[in-house]
Design a protein around this ligand. Structure first.
Ligand SMILES: *Cc1c(COP(=O)(O)O)cnc(C)c1O
Length: 396
Protein backbone atom coordinates (compact mmCIF):
# COMPACT_ATOMS: atom_id res chain seq x y z
CA UNK A 1 0.00 0.00 0.00
CA UNK A 2 -0.05 3.46 0.40
CA UNK A 3 1.44 6.65 1.78
CA UNK A 4 3.55 7.95 -1.05
CA UNK A 5 5.02 4.63 -2.03
CA UNK A 6 5.57 3.86 -5.67
CA UNK A 7 6.13 0.19 -5.31
CA UNK A 8 4.22 -1.79 -2.74
CA UNK A 9 5.41 -4.96 -1.17
CA UNK A 10 4.73 -6.45 2.21
CA UNK A 11 5.46 -4.02 5.00
CA UNK A 12 6.67 -1.37 2.57
CA UNK A 13 4.54 1.40 4.03
CA UNK A 14 5.22 2.18 7.63
CA UNK A 15 2.71 -0.38 8.76
CA UNK A 16 4.59 -0.63 12.01
CA UNK A 17 3.32 2.84 12.82
CA UNK A 18 -0.06 1.19 13.25
CA UNK A 19 0.70 -2.38 14.24
CA UNK A 20 3.75 -4.45 15.16
CA UNK A 21 4.81 -7.14 12.71
CA UNK A 22 4.32 -9.76 15.32
CA UNK A 23 0.77 -8.66 15.98
CA UNK A 24 0.08 -8.41 12.27
CA UNK A 25 1.15 -12.03 11.83
CA UNK A 26 -1.31 -13.02 14.54
CA UNK A 27 -4.08 -11.02 12.91
CA UNK A 28 -3.38 -12.75 9.60
CA UNK A 29 -3.41 -16.14 11.23
CA UNK A 30 -6.70 -15.38 12.96
CA UNK A 31 -8.21 -14.11 9.71
CA UNK A 32 -7.50 -17.30 7.78
CA UNK A 33 -10.61 -19.16 8.78
CA UNK A 34 -13.04 -16.32 9.25
CA UNK A 35 -15.37 -14.92 6.68
CA UNK A 36 -14.77 -11.26 5.87
CA UNK A 37 -15.62 -8.53 6.58
CA UNK A 38 -15.12 -8.39 10.31
CA UNK A 39 -13.72 -6.15 13.01
CA UNK A 40 -11.04 -7.34 15.39
CA UNK A 41 -10.78 -5.41 18.66
CA UNK A 42 -7.76 -5.53 20.93
CA UNK A 43 -8.85 -4.63 24.46
CA UNK A 44 -5.25 -4.16 25.52
CA UNK A 45 -4.96 -1.15 23.25
CA UNK A 46 -7.98 0.47 24.88
CA UNK A 47 -6.49 -0.25 28.27
CA UNK A 48 -3.18 1.29 27.24
CA UNK A 49 -4.90 4.36 25.80
CA UNK A 50 -6.91 4.81 28.97
CA UNK A 51 -3.82 4.61 31.16
CA UNK A 52 -1.99 7.03 28.88
CA UNK A 53 -4.85 9.52 28.99
CA UNK A 54 -5.05 9.32 32.77
CA UNK A 55 -1.31 9.78 33.05
CA UNK A 56 -1.27 12.92 30.92
CA UNK A 57 -4.51 14.47 32.16
CA UNK A 58 -4.48 13.51 35.83
CA UNK A 59 -6.80 16.35 36.79
CA UNK A 60 -9.61 15.13 34.52
CA UNK A 61 -12.42 12.68 35.27
CA UNK A 62 -12.95 10.47 32.26
CA UNK A 63 -16.49 9.93 30.97
CA UNK A 64 -16.20 7.42 28.14
CA UNK A 65 -18.45 8.35 25.20
CA UNK A 66 -20.30 5.05 24.91
CA UNK A 67 -21.49 5.65 21.36
CA UNK A 68 -17.97 5.34 19.95
CA UNK A 69 -17.80 1.64 20.75
CA UNK A 70 -20.61 0.21 22.87
CA UNK A 71 -19.32 -3.39 22.96
CA UNK A 72 -19.93 -5.04 26.30
CA UNK A 73 -16.31 -6.12 26.60
CA UNK A 74 -15.18 -2.52 26.12
CA UNK A 75 -17.60 -1.14 28.68
CA UNK A 76 -16.70 -3.82 31.23
CA UNK A 77 -13.01 -3.13 30.75
CA UNK A 78 -13.48 0.61 31.26
CA UNK A 79 -15.68 -0.06 34.26
CA UNK A 80 -12.82 -2.02 35.80
CA UNK A 81 -10.41 0.80 34.98
CA UNK A 82 -12.58 3.22 36.95
CA UNK A 83 -14.04 5.18 34.05
CA UNK A 84 -17.30 7.09 34.15
CA UNK A 85 -19.69 6.98 31.22
CA UNK A 86 -21.30 9.57 28.99
CA UNK A 87 -24.51 8.10 27.64
CA UNK A 88 -26.88 9.63 25.13
CA UNK A 89 -30.03 7.50 25.18
CA UNK A 90 -32.16 5.30 27.42
CA UNK A 91 -30.85 2.31 25.48
CA UNK A 92 -27.24 3.10 26.30
CA UNK A 93 -28.31 3.79 29.88
CA UNK A 94 -29.98 0.39 30.20
CA UNK A 95 -26.88 -1.25 28.81
CA UNK A 96 -24.40 0.36 31.19
CA UNK A 97 -26.69 -0.19 34.18
CA UNK A 98 -27.09 -3.84 33.23
CA UNK A 99 -23.31 -4.12 33.20
CA UNK A 100 -23.22 -2.93 36.79
CA UNK A 101 -22.23 0.69 36.42
CA UNK A 102 -23.71 2.81 39.17
CA UNK A 103 -25.67 5.97 38.25
CA UNK A 104 -23.22 8.26 40.01
CA UNK A 105 -20.75 7.34 37.23
CA UNK A 106 -23.13 8.28 34.42
CA UNK A 107 -23.94 11.56 32.70
CA UNK A 108 -26.77 12.19 30.25
CA UNK A 109 -24.72 14.06 27.67
CA UNK A 110 -27.27 14.42 24.91
CA UNK A 111 -28.92 17.83 24.69
CA UNK A 112 -31.75 16.34 22.65
CA UNK A 113 -34.05 14.40 24.93
CA UNK A 114 -37.67 13.55 25.55
CA UNK A 115 -39.25 14.48 28.89
CA UNK A 116 -40.02 10.85 29.61
CA UNK A 117 -36.40 9.88 28.98
CA UNK A 118 -35.15 12.54 31.40
CA UNK A 119 -37.59 11.16 33.91
CA UNK A 120 -36.29 7.62 33.31
CA UNK A 121 -32.67 8.71 33.85
CA UNK A 122 -33.72 10.45 37.07
CA UNK A 123 -35.61 7.40 38.25
CA UNK A 124 -32.50 5.29 37.66
CA UNK A 125 -30.43 7.69 39.78
CA UNK A 126 -28.63 9.83 37.19
CA UNK A 127 -28.17 13.41 38.41
CA UNK A 128 -25.88 14.97 35.81
CA UNK A 129 -27.39 16.39 32.62
CA UNK A 130 -26.15 18.35 29.61
CA UNK A 131 -28.35 21.08 28.20
CA UNK A 132 -28.33 23.87 25.63
CA UNK A 133 -31.84 25.27 25.34
CA UNK A 134 -34.60 26.82 27.40
CA UNK A 135 -37.05 24.05 26.62
CA UNK A 136 -34.57 21.42 27.70
CA UNK A 137 -33.73 23.23 30.96
CA UNK A 138 -37.44 23.38 31.78
CA UNK A 139 -37.86 19.70 30.98
CA UNK A 140 -34.93 18.78 33.22
CA UNK A 141 -36.25 20.94 36.06
CA UNK A 142 -39.60 19.22 35.85
CA UNK A 143 -38.43 15.63 35.36
CA UNK A 144 -35.12 15.58 37.22
CA UNK A 145 -35.59 18.20 39.96
CA UNK A 146 -32.50 19.46 41.74
CA UNK A 147 -30.07 17.80 39.31
CA UNK A 148 -26.72 19.17 38.24
CA UNK A 149 -26.76 20.64 34.77
CA UNK A 150 -23.91 21.67 32.51
CA UNK A 151 -24.41 23.99 29.59
CA UNK A 152 -23.02 23.22 26.19
CA UNK A 153 -21.30 26.01 24.29
CA UNK A 154 -21.52 26.16 20.53
CA UNK A 155 -18.20 25.57 18.77
CA UNK A 156 -17.34 25.72 15.11
CA UNK A 157 -15.64 22.35 14.68
CA UNK A 158 -13.00 23.96 12.49
CA UNK A 159 -9.92 21.78 12.12
CA UNK A 160 -11.76 18.58 12.99
CA UNK A 161 -11.93 15.65 10.60
CA UNK A 162 -15.39 14.81 11.90
CA UNK A 163 -16.92 18.13 13.06
CA UNK A 164 -19.84 18.11 15.47
CA UNK A 165 -20.73 21.74 14.97
CA UNK A 166 -24.04 23.61 14.60
CA UNK A 167 -26.33 20.96 15.97
CA UNK A 168 -25.30 21.22 19.62
CA UNK A 169 -24.69 24.08 21.97
CA UNK A 170 -25.68 27.73 22.26
CA UNK A 171 -23.92 31.09 22.15
CA UNK A 172 -22.53 32.56 25.37
CA UNK A 173 -25.30 35.12 25.87
CA UNK A 174 -27.94 32.41 25.53
CA UNK A 175 -25.96 30.18 27.90
CA UNK A 176 -25.98 32.93 30.53
CA UNK A 177 -29.77 33.17 30.38
CA UNK A 178 -29.99 29.39 30.72
CA UNK A 179 -27.74 29.44 33.77
CA UNK A 180 -29.96 31.98 35.40
CA UNK A 181 -33.11 30.07 34.43
CA UNK A 182 -31.71 26.81 35.81
CA UNK A 183 -31.01 28.48 39.13
CA UNK A 184 -34.50 29.95 39.21
CA UNK A 185 -35.95 26.48 38.56
CA UNK A 186 -33.86 25.06 41.43
CA UNK A 187 -31.50 23.03 39.36
CA UNK A 188 -27.79 23.21 40.17
CA UNK A 189 -25.96 25.15 37.43
CA UNK A 190 -22.84 23.05 37.66
CA UNK A 191 -20.59 23.78 34.71
CA UNK A 192 -19.98 24.18 31.02
CA UNK A 193 -19.18 21.81 28.20
CA UNK A 194 -18.13 21.90 24.59
CA UNK A 195 -16.93 19.57 21.89
CA UNK A 196 -14.35 21.02 19.51
CA UNK A 197 -15.11 18.35 16.89
CA UNK A 198 -14.02 14.75 16.68
CA UNK A 199 -10.45 13.96 15.59
CA UNK A 200 -9.59 17.59 16.17
CA UNK A 201 -6.13 18.15 14.74
CA UNK A 202 -5.84 21.79 15.81
CA UNK A 203 -5.16 21.94 19.54
CA UNK A 204 -5.73 25.71 19.43
CA UNK A 205 -9.47 25.03 19.19
CA UNK A 206 -9.51 24.22 22.90
CA UNK A 207 -7.93 27.59 23.63
CA UNK A 208 -10.85 29.54 22.17
CA UNK A 209 -13.43 27.33 23.84
CA UNK A 210 -11.74 27.56 27.24
CA UNK A 211 -11.58 31.37 26.91
CA UNK A 212 -15.32 31.40 26.28
CA UNK A 213 -15.74 29.30 29.43
CA UNK A 214 -13.68 31.81 31.41
CA UNK A 215 -15.90 34.63 30.23
CA UNK A 216 -19.05 32.72 31.16
CA UNK A 217 -17.64 31.71 34.56
CA UNK A 218 -16.98 35.38 35.32
CA UNK A 219 -20.34 36.59 34.06
CA UNK A 220 -22.13 33.89 36.04
CA UNK A 221 -20.19 34.94 39.13
CA UNK A 222 -21.48 38.48 38.62
CA UNK A 223 -24.98 37.01 38.72
CA UNK A 224 -24.06 35.32 42.00
CA UNK A 225 -23.66 31.83 40.53
CA UNK A 226 -20.41 29.94 40.98
CA UNK A 227 -19.89 27.36 38.26
CA UNK A 228 -17.65 24.46 39.26
CA UNK A 229 -16.88 22.32 36.25
CA UNK A 230 -15.67 22.40 32.66
CA UNK A 231 -16.30 19.43 30.40
CA UNK A 232 -13.69 19.52 27.64
CA UNK A 233 -15.57 16.97 25.53
CA UNK A 234 -13.91 14.61 23.07
CA UNK A 235 -11.87 15.42 20.01
CA UNK A 236 -8.67 13.75 21.17
CA UNK A 237 -6.83 11.99 18.39
CA UNK A 238 -6.56 8.47 17.04
CA UNK A 239 -3.95 7.39 14.47
CA UNK A 240 -5.31 7.80 10.96
CA UNK A 241 -3.43 8.64 7.76
CA UNK A 242 -3.02 12.32 8.55
CA UNK A 243 -0.74 12.86 11.49
CA UNK A 244 -1.72 14.64 14.68
CA UNK A 245 0.39 15.75 17.62
CA UNK A 246 0.76 13.21 20.41
CA UNK A 247 -1.82 12.98 23.15
CA UNK A 248 0.68 14.32 25.65
CA UNK A 249 1.00 17.48 23.55
CA UNK A 250 -2.77 17.92 23.61
CA UNK A 251 -2.77 17.40 27.36
CA UNK A 252 0.11 19.79 27.98
CA UNK A 253 -1.35 22.55 25.83
CA UNK A 254 -4.87 22.20 27.23
CA UNK A 255 -3.49 22.32 30.75
CA UNK A 256 -1.60 25.47 29.79
CA UNK A 257 -4.78 27.10 28.40
CA UNK A 258 -6.61 26.27 31.62
CA UNK A 259 -3.81 27.62 33.79
CA UNK A 260 -3.55 30.82 31.77
CA UNK A 261 -7.26 31.45 32.15
CA UNK A 262 -7.94 30.18 35.65
CA UNK A 263 -4.57 30.42 37.43
CA UNK A 264 -4.59 28.33 40.59
CA UNK A 265 -8.34 28.11 40.58
CA UNK A 266 -8.86 25.52 37.84
CA UNK A 267 -12.38 24.12 38.04
CA UNK A 268 -13.22 20.44 38.14
CA UNK A 269 -12.39 18.98 34.72
CA UNK A 270 -14.28 16.30 32.82
CA UNK A 271 -13.31 14.79 29.47
CA UNK A 272 -15.44 12.57 27.25
CA UNK A 273 -13.11 10.59 25.01
CA UNK A 274 -14.50 8.08 22.55
CA UNK A 275 -12.37 7.87 19.44
CA UNK A 276 -9.04 8.38 21.21
CA UNK A 277 -9.67 5.37 23.45
CA UNK A 278 -11.30 2.93 21.05
CA UNK A 279 -10.27 3.63 17.47
CA UNK A 280 -6.66 2.41 17.59
CA UNK A 281 -7.87 -0.88 19.04
CA UNK A 282 -9.69 -2.04 15.91
CA UNK A 283 -8.73 -3.60 12.59
CA UNK A 284 -11.27 -4.34 9.90
CA UNK A 285 -10.36 -7.21 7.64
CA UNK A 286 -12.02 -7.04 4.25
CA UNK A 287 -11.64 -8.80 0.93
CA UNK A 288 -11.60 -7.59 -2.64
CA UNK A 289 -14.70 -8.69 -4.55
CA UNK A 290 -13.68 -7.43 -7.97
CA UNK A 291 -11.78 -4.71 -9.80
CA UNK A 292 -12.31 -2.83 -13.03
CA UNK A 293 -11.18 -0.09 -15.36
CA UNK A 294 -14.21 1.74 -16.73
CA UNK A 295 -12.64 2.35 -20.13
CA UNK A 296 -9.53 1.42 -22.04
CA UNK A 297 -7.58 4.49 -20.91
CA UNK A 298 -9.34 5.16 -17.64
CA UNK A 299 -6.81 6.62 -15.23
CA UNK A 300 -8.11 4.88 -12.16
CA UNK A 301 -8.81 1.36 -11.18
CA UNK A 302 -11.98 0.65 -9.24
CA UNK A 303 -11.57 -1.78 -6.37
CA UNK A 304 -14.79 -3.15 -4.90
CA UNK A 305 -14.48 -4.61 -1.44
CA UNK A 306 -16.86 -6.49 0.84
CA UNK A 307 -17.36 -3.65 3.32
CA UNK A 308 -18.63 -0.18 2.54
CA UNK A 309 -20.43 2.77 4.04
CA UNK A 310 -23.36 0.67 5.12
CA UNK A 311 -21.19 -2.06 6.58
CA UNK A 312 -19.64 0.23 9.18
CA UNK A 313 -17.40 2.65 7.32
CA UNK A 314 -19.81 5.58 7.31
CA UNK A 315 -17.04 7.91 8.49
CA UNK A 316 -15.68 7.77 4.95
CA UNK A 317 -18.63 10.05 4.12
CA UNK A 318 -17.19 13.15 2.51
CA UNK A 319 -13.90 11.21 2.76
CA UNK A 320 -13.66 12.68 6.25
CA UNK A 321 -11.80 9.98 8.08
CA UNK A 322 -8.93 8.46 6.15
CA UNK A 323 -8.19 5.03 7.49
CA UNK A 324 -4.74 3.54 7.04
CA UNK A 325 -5.31 0.69 4.57
CA UNK A 326 -2.79 -2.06 4.05
CA UNK A 327 -2.36 -4.72 1.40
CA UNK A 328 0.29 -7.39 1.40
CA UNK A 329 0.31 -7.72 -2.36
CA UNK A 330 3.42 -6.77 -4.25
CA UNK A 331 3.69 -4.90 -7.51
CA UNK A 332 3.46 -1.49 -9.02
CA UNK A 333 1.16 0.83 -7.11
CA UNK A 334 -1.72 2.51 -8.91
CA UNK A 335 -4.31 5.05 -7.86
CA UNK A 336 -7.53 3.32 -6.94
CA UNK A 337 -11.10 4.25 -6.22
CA UNK A 338 -12.36 2.18 -3.32
CA UNK A 339 -16.03 1.24 -3.20
CA UNK A 340 -18.31 -0.94 -1.10
CA UNK A 341 -20.42 -3.94 -2.07
CA UNK A 342 -23.97 -2.55 -1.96
CA UNK A 343 -26.23 -1.48 -4.82
CA UNK A 344 -26.24 2.13 -3.67
CA UNK A 345 -24.08 4.43 -5.74
CA UNK A 346 -23.18 6.56 -2.73
CA UNK A 347 -21.37 3.52 -1.36
CA UNK A 348 -17.97 4.79 -2.50
CA UNK A 349 -15.35 5.09 0.20
CA UNK A 350 -12.59 7.11 -1.43
CA UNK A 351 -12.65 8.67 -4.88
CA UNK A 352 -11.15 12.18 -4.62
CA UNK A 353 -8.46 11.08 -2.24
CA UNK A 354 -6.50 8.42 -4.10
CA UNK A 355 -5.24 5.47 -2.18
CA UNK A 356 -2.52 3.49 -3.88
CA UNK A 357 -2.76 -0.25 -4.16
CA UNK A 358 -0.83 -2.79 -6.21
CA UNK A 359 -2.19 -3.06 -9.74
CA UNK A 360 -2.15 -6.83 -9.32
CA UNK A 361 -4.79 -6.74 -6.61
CA UNK A 362 -7.79 -8.94 -7.37
CA UNK A 363 -10.58 -11.06 -6.02
CA UNK A 364 -9.93 -12.60 -2.65
CA UNK A 365 -7.01 -10.37 -1.68
CA UNK A 366 -7.35 -9.02 1.83
CA UNK A 367 -7.19 -5.39 2.81
CA UNK A 368 -6.58 -4.36 6.41
CA UNK A 369 -8.20 -1.15 7.64
CA UNK A 370 -6.41 0.01 10.76
CA UNK A 371 -7.80 2.37 13.42
CA UNK A 372 -11.36 1.12 13.02
CA UNK A 373 -12.26 0.42 16.65
CA UNK A 374 -14.50 3.50 16.98
CA UNK A 375 -17.61 4.52 15.08
CA UNK A 376 -17.69 1.44 12.85
CA UNK A 377 -19.56 -1.57 14.14
CA UNK A 378 -22.31 0.41 15.86
CA UNK A 379 -22.81 2.38 12.65
CA UNK A 380 -23.27 -0.68 10.45
CA UNK A 381 -26.72 -1.18 8.95
CA UNK A 382 -29.00 -3.99 10.01
CA UNK A 383 -29.73 -5.50 6.66
CA UNK A 384 -29.25 -3.17 3.76
CA UNK A 385 -29.08 -5.36 0.66
CA UNK A 386 -29.29 -8.25 3.10
CA UNK A 387 -25.80 -7.68 4.49
CA UNK A 388 -25.66 -8.50 8.20
CA UNK A 389 -24.23 -5.95 10.66
CA UNK A 390 -20.45 -5.98 10.97
CA UNK A 391 -19.18 -8.98 12.94
CA UNK A 392 -16.73 -8.32 15.69
CA UNK A 393 -14.20 -10.52 17.46
CA UNK A 394 -11.92 -9.88 20.39
CA UNK A 395 -8.23 -10.16 19.59
CA UNK A 396 -6.40 -12.50 21.93
C1 LIG B 1 -19.46 11.67 20.52
C2 LIG B 1 -19.22 12.51 21.69
C3 LIG B 1 -17.99 12.45 22.36
C4 LIG B 1 -16.82 11.63 21.88
O1 LIG B 1 -16.03 12.34 21.00
P1 LIG B 1 -14.67 11.75 20.40
O2 LIG B 1 -14.19 12.79 19.49
O3 LIG B 1 -15.01 10.46 19.75
O4 LIG B 1 -13.76 11.52 21.54
C5 LIG B 1 -17.84 13.22 23.50
N1 LIG B 1 -18.83 13.99 23.97
C6 LIG B 1 -20.04 14.07 23.36
C7 LIG B 1 -21.09 14.93 23.92
C8 LIG B 1 -20.25 13.34 22.20
O5 LIG B 1 -21.44 13.44 21.59
Amino acid sequence: MIIEEKITRPYSFPMTKFISRQKFEKVKEFSKNIQTPFLLVDLNVIKKNYINLQKHMPMASIYYAVKSNPMEEVILLLKEMGSNFDVATVYELDQVLRLGITPDRISFGNTIKKSKDISYFYLKGVRLFATDSEEDVRKIAENAPGSKVFFRILTEGTGADWPLSRKFGAHPDAILSLISLAKELELEPYGLSFHVGSQQRDIGEWDGAISTCTYIFQSAMEMGIKLKMINLGGGFPAKYLHPTPKLETYAREITRFLTEDFGDDIPEIIIEPGRSLAADAGIIITEVISTSYKSKYAPNKWVYIDIGMFGGLIETMGESIKFPIYSEKEGEAVDVILAGPTCDSMDILYEDFKYKLPDSINEGDKLYFFTTGAYTQSYSSVGFNGFPPLKVYIFK
